[in-house]
Design a protein around this ligand. Structure first.
Ligand code: G1P
Length: 275
């Protein structure tokens, strides 16, 4: 399936990264030579997306907007030449499902990729292409195997029949169930391909886990109607949500970046040598 539009919720403030995020929003924390959000938008463009809809919160919209649209605009930013970005403000922090719902008008009935702005896939990840290739008209969720500890922090899928290698029918979904209630160890890693039908489901949702409108609850409804597939990927997304994960992300991307890879590898080896 050819998908031309991606929705990127990037409204998080970054409370676990204070004091770095007192002024700079989480989306603009630098990773090697560009902000976290730019890595995500470039991942979309590499997968063939030409139109991006980015959901921001009031207070972070100005800074994020000036990074991408200021000083010569998108034609000066990384690999984003010729791409259109629409900025949509989520006025109130009512949850991820509510954030995605804000993109309804801009998506205008088309299938769309949904990419969580705080998850950065390692460069070269085939995840988005696998989502678009696996769709048979149904929505498709990227899944990865979670540890017992992680099933308390992610949405978890209930799986049905395996259709192909790495492709499974999703028959249910629970947000952050914890190890006892988890229906499987396969969780949502923050990359999704949705049909526009998801907006009707999101619009009808009551607050769920944590008192928020949950994207996972809309996935549960898609799954209950037999409208949802999962694709299991090997890559673990990077994130900038807390200091430890931020350092890991910087290290992985620094070891990959053509300008820093060789010298940085030597530097890390020299540190290891010092014990
Ligand atoms: C969100 C989703 C969750 C998903 C996760 C991926 O949780 O609600 O279902 O597994 O992103 O990162 P959050 O990280 O916002 O708590």
């Amino acid at each position: 399936m050819n998908v031309e539009v991606a929705v990127v919720p990037a409204a998080g403030r970054g409370s676990r990264m204070l004091d770095a995020t007192r002024v700079v929003p989480k989306a603009l924390l630098p990773l090697v030579d560009r902000p976290a959000l730019q890595w995500v938008l470039e991942e979309a463009v590499a997968a063939g997306v030409r139109e991006l809809i980015v959901i921001v919160s009031p207070g972070v919209d100005d800074l994020v907007f000036s990074h991408f649209e200021g000083m010569g605009g998108l034609d000066r930013v990384g690999d984003l030449q010729g791409i259109s970005i629409r900025w949509v403000v989520q006025e109130r922090p009512l949850g991820l499902g509510h954030a995605v719902l804000q993109a309804r008008e801009a998506v205008d009935g088309r299938p769309f990729l949904c990419m969580l702005g705080d998850n950065i896939m390692p460069p070269g990840s085939p995840c988005l292409t696998r989502l678009t290739r696996s769709s048979d008209g149904r929505s498709v969720m990227a899944l990865r195997t979670m540890t017992a500890e992680e099933v308390s922090s992610y949405g978890i899928a209930e799986v049905g029949d395996w259709l192909d290698e790495g492709v499974v029918e999703i028959v249910g979904a629970v947000e952050k169930p914890g190890p006892e209630a988890a229906p499987s160890d396969l969780g949502f890693l923050g990359r999704y391909l949705f049909n526009a039908e998801v907006f009707d489901l999101l619009a009808g949702l009551e607050p769920g886990y944590g008192g928020e409108i949950q994207l996972t609850d809309a996935i549960e409804m898609l799954a209950a109607g037999g409208r949802c597939l999962g694709v299991v990927v090997d890559e673990v997304p990077l994130d900038v949500g807390d200091p430890g994960r931020y350092l890991e992300a910087m290290t992985v991307l620094g070891l990959h970046h053509p300008e820093t890879a060789v010298a940085y590898r030597e530097f890390l080896a020299s540190l290891a040598g010092r014990g």
